[in-house]
Design a binder for this molecule. Structure first.
Ligand code: ATP
Length: 248
């Protein structure tokens, strides 16, 4: 069974068919890449998968559970977690605190709980340890106490990935994780995603095909709201319809 399945999903904006009967499957432990020229419907698809937009028709399943029309926070709780093109961080907080805030709301904030401070402190320590271990995964541990504003653009992307891991996602949805990142760091990010995919599904929209191509297990290509090709990187990138869509 696939981790996520879209079955004939459509989404309209007035007269524009942003998604036109899209059927697509994302497997666990696979890196699934979504490509397509500007305006082909990729962002709309991500917004539908993460609950920002409700599809006008069609169904979405997380394994065997119908999740069509669920709200972003409900999908987040079910394990569909998204990272953004521009990382959403707190620049003046430390790298570690930014990761801890990946889990919200912080349990210790409740007034009632503050009466039981020893328990609260223990939980804070556990969260900090978990966050630190995640920083090791994304290789930012040595910067744990630096304010996030000191990180480079690529390091901020790693921080955003670290934050998303605090909730133990089942599916990580990423909108252009390599945008503005130098090739060396882009490869590091992709290597980290390759490690992560052992336990989760990864669904990525990315334009930098030269770098990402070696890492994708399965590719979907969209054009004018439709899936026009799917398969291995080679099959899809050499598909004449895909070539026409990009060149045309
Ligand atoms: N909120 C909206 N209101 C009206 N039209 C929209 C809206 N969002 C997207 N569209 C239209 O839907 C179509 C698909 O847009 P979408 O942003 O999903 O494409 P995309 O493949 O993500 O493009 P890009 O690579 O430029 O981000 C386009 O014609 C776009 O103009």
């Amino acid at each position: 069974m696939s981790l996520l399945k879209l079955d004939s999903v459509s989404k309209y904006f007035g007269g524009i068919k942003a998604l036109d009967s899209v059927t697509l499957e994302i497997e666990n432990s696979k890196f699934t890449l979504l490509i397509g020229p500007n305006g082909s419907g990729k962002s709309t698809l991500i917004n539908v998968v993460t609950g920002i937009y409700k599809p006008d028709s069609g169904s979405i399943f997380l394994e065997d559970r119908n999740i069509t029309g669920k709200k972003p926070h409900e999908l987040y709780k079910l394990g569909i977690v998204r990272t953004f093109q521009n990382p959403q961080i707190f620049p003046n907080l430390s790298v570690l605190d930014n990761v801890i805030l990946g889990i919200s709301p912080i349990k210790g904030e409740s007034i009632l709980r503050s009466l039981f401070k020893p328990i609260w402190l223990r939980e804070e320590e556990e969260l900090a340890e978990k966050a630190y271990n995640i920083l090791k995964i994304v290789k930012l541990d040595r910067l744990w106490d630096r304010p996030a504003r000191e990180l480079s653009g690529g390091q901020l992307k790693l921080l955003e990935i670290a934050r998303s891991l605090m909730t133990r996602p089942r599916l990580l949805v990423m909108d252009e994780p390599l945008a503005g990142v130098n090739p060396q760091l882009a490869k590091e990010i992709l290597n980290i995603l390759t490690d992560l995919k052992r336990d989760i599904g990864i669904f990525v929209v990315e334009h930098r095909l030269d770098i990402v191509a070696n890492y994708a297990d399965y590719v979907y290509a969209m054009f004018m709201g439709k899936v026009i090709a799917k398969g291995s990187v080679n099959d899809v990138l050499n598909n004449p319809t895909v070539v026409d869509a990009y060149l045309g």
